[in-house]
Design a protein around this ligand. Structure first.
Ligand SMILES: Cc1cc2nc3c(=O)[nH]c(=O)nc-3n(C[C@H](O)[C@H](O)[C@H](O)COP(=O)(O)O)c2cc1C
Length: 313
């Protein structure tokens, strides 16, 4: 079974992707990158498109609603990536109000035009990540599949939920199975996979790969557990946390070297901001985890992070 890491804004940066790769992920995705941001020359946006060595296949995900923006974005995506993915599934207002993300689900024709504009401006394969429809009253996943296939997309990811469900509720595996049987391109299934059992349920639909999102947070080795059919190890604890931290610092140095004219935070600030969202997850369920959460809000320095880690070793 192939198992890939979902794009997760605020989480799937290069250090976390690299950890997941080591933990068995067959492919990973960047956080969504704003095509408009790239078109307007935003340098911090470019930081999202940097990689660490040995990351394995990484898909660069972009979001946008204008053909000119996604065309430009596609032209600047490095060919170190394995593909460029268009986000047509994000339900967050800051994305949908500009007509991007899940807003595109209402307009398969527009998805077709955006995918075309992308493929005309890169030699990388183009793929699509979307949902099965805006709400249970309108399952237009088959039109979305048609649009992607006609535009020459090489793969399609279906988060098997409706936009109205945001990130919770039933995962519609029956619809996913029907999509797989109709598709002439590989379909990746996503939604609610948290262990071997749920991955197997999804794999039975015939998908080419199963995509794991939130369940990888705090447990980047969940991919090997799923592939080997065993129970996930759960929160990675101090060792995983230390590994993550070391990759973060390595990545900070890469950014500082690649973007000498940009502000790249000090190691203290970079590590504390970035670890903030990840740190407590590595200790979730372990003794003292609740106390750690309280300490987390105070963390501003690398030495404090190391103190926390070492108190758990
Ligand atoms: C915090 C968070 C950030 C996300 N960011 C993205 C994103 O940048 N691009 C995207 O296509 N989906 C994004 N998603 C959706 C996930 O990729 C995935 O479709 C969703 O979490 C369902 O998978 P799961 O049940 O395995 O978590 C995000 C979801 C969450 C919870």
């Amino acid at each position: 079974m192939k198992v890939v890491l979902a794009p997760l804004a605020g989480f799937t940066d290069a250090p976390f992707r690299r950890l997941c790769r080591e933990g068995g992920a067959d492919k990973t995705y960047t956080e969504m990158v704003s095509a408009a941001g790239l078109a307007h020359g935003s340098s911090p946006t470019r930081h999202l498109m940097e990689m660490l060595p040995d990351e394995g296949p990484v898909s660069c995900q972009i979001f946008g609603s204008k053909e000119s923006d996604v065309a430009f974005a596609s032209s600047v995506v490095s060919d170190a990536f394995c593909e460029i993915n268009l986000n047509a599934g994000c339900p967050m207002t800051k994305v949908t109000r500009e007509g991007a993300g899940a807003k595109l689900i209402d307009d398969p024709e527009k998805i077709y035009r955006l995918l075309k504009a992308m493929s005309e401006n890169t030699s990388l394969p183009i793929t699509l990540k979307t949902r099965i429809g805006p709400n249970p009253g309108r399952t237009n996943a088959f039109e979305l599949l048609d649009a992607a296939e006609k535009a020459g997309a090489k793969e399609i990811i279906f988060h098997a939920r409706y936009t109205s469900q945001m990130h919770g509720g039933e995962v519609h595996l029956d619809t996913l199975a029907e999509l797989v049987s109709r598709a002439s391109i590989p379909v990746i299934g996503n939604g609610g996979v948290k262990d071997f059992k749920s991955a197997l349920e999804m794999a039975k639909t015939g998908v080419a790969a199963v995509m794991v999102g939130r369940a990888a947070l705090g447990d980047p080795f969940i991919f090997s557990a799923i592939k080997e059919g065993r129970k996930a190890d759960g929160a990675g604890g101090a060792l995983m946390c230390e590994k993550h931290l070391s990759l973060l610092l390595q990545f900070r140095d890469i950014l500082a070297e690649r973007f000498p004219n940009d502000h790249v935070s000090s190691p203290d600030a970079f590590a504390s901001v970035k670890m903030h969202t990840h740190l407590f997850r590595y200790f979730s369920g372990l003794p003292g985890a609740a106390k750690l959460r309280a300490r987390l809000n105070m963390v501003r320095k690398l030495s404090e992070i190391y103190d926390i880690i070492h108190s758990y070793v």
